[in-house]
Design a protein around this ligand. Structure first.
Ligand code: MRU
Length: 344
């Protein structure tokens, strides 16, 4: 891959500022947890696993200059930073999972000197990143078997290398099945255009055939039998398999069900939230109306137009053919099968 989604360099975090892609490859610098909070909130970095990695580094940045000498006082600072970072975006479970991981590593090492704990936390953030890279390869390997020869595959939003440490979840499956895929169709994914800007860019870099469609074109293509499978990522998966992903995913799932096309969700185990019985309890981020009212800084609506802008929707488990994880494929997902794979 010719870019790093997020990296540790010169004692700070650098992340590719996805708002400028594909026009410019510009890196944003984060030196503090405040910088990181802003980067996540402003969508400089986005995609569930990627914001998990960003959160882990953010927690380290939050305490690296701590002058506290006791674990109790140090932990208060860490807690404050973690709480703050957790307030950046509400839907992707991976952010909270990564912050919990940082918290738990600090607690496990509470008897060590504070300077050692700081180093351990930085190492843990590196590990969240390197683990994610490996996990995406495994998801790709597991998902590849589901794609039939000579398939046209549709994806929604961006669940590629830019949304993860590298390689991607849904795109990981697509890249792994490269030789079996005739064409990838990418939904443009209004309002942020992650599909048009990021997914098309990533697939072109992999030298795979890709065709962009507007979000309202999938039904017509499916009716003409031009789509053989759908693969998407996920932001949070409830215990029963209901899955939150980018707004518009549910539309695609309903269409795929009607046209009898397999609908696959690719996600790491860290995206599951077993504390939620169903998708009804998944918190859905509501973003600024301006994102819908404007295109490229120009208003496209009359002044005062009412707008709704939920960033995610929930696809009921019954519409999901299988969930592809690093631990294997969960066909016709339900609470029991998910619990078994997750070891609960
Ligand atoms: O608002 P975004 O761009 O962070 O939303 C991203 C998605 O919905 C992705 O499909 C999801 O996070 C999976 S990324 C591997």
């Amino acid at each position: 891959m010719a870019y790093d989604t997020i990296r540790w360099k010169n004692n700070r975090v650098e992340l590719i500022d996805q708002r400028y892609l594909p026009r410019k490859t510009r890196y944003a610098i984060c030196r503090t947890d405040k910088d990181m909070w802003g980067a996540i909130k402003a969508m400089k970095i986005r995609g569930a696993p990627a914001i998990g990695i960003a959160g882990a580094y953010g927690a380290y940045l939050g305490i690296r200059n701590s002058s506290k000498r006791t674990f109790g006082a140090f932990k208060k600072e860490l807690d404050k930073s973690i709480k703050y970072l957790a307030s950046s975006r509400p839907t992707a479970k991976n952010l909270f999972w990564a912050l919990e991981r940082m918290d738990s590593v600090a607690c496990k090492n509470k008897n060590k000197p504070i300077s050692d704990i700081k180093n351990i936390l930085l190492e843990e953030a590196h590990k969240v990143l390197t683990d994610d890279k490996k996990i995406c390869r495994l998801i790709g390997k597991n998902g590849k078997t589901l794609i039939k020869r000579s398939s046209n595959v549709l994806t929604h939003c961006n669940a590629g290398g830019l949304a993860t440490g590298e390689y991607g979840t849904a795109l990981g499956v697509i890249f792994s099945a490269k030789n079996k895929i005739k064409m990838v169709y990418a939904d443009e994914t209004r309002p942020w255009l992650q599909g048009a800007r990021l997914t098309v860019w990533e697939i072109m870099q992999e030298k795979m055939p890709v065709t962009l469609i507007c979000d309202n074109m999938a039904a017509a293509l499916m009716a003409k039998k031009e789509i053989d499978a759908v693969v998407v990522g996920a932001d949070r998966i409830a215990a029963n398999g209901d899955t939150a992903n980018k707004i518009g995913t549910y539309n695609v799932a309903v269409l795929a069900h009607y046209h009898k096309i397999p609908f696959y969700v690719a996600a790491p185990v860290s995206t599951f939230d077993l504390s939620l019985g169903s998708g009804k309890s998944i918190p859905i981020e509501e973003r600024s109306p301006e994102e819908v009212k404007m295109i490229n800084g120009v208003y496209i609506t009359p002044k005062g137009a009412l707008v709704k802008n939920p960033a995610f929707d929930v696809t009921p488990r019954k519409l999901i053919t299988a969930i592809i994880t690093e631990r294997g494929v969960i066909r016709k997902p339900d609470k029991k099968k998910i619990g078994k794979v997750l070891g609960r």
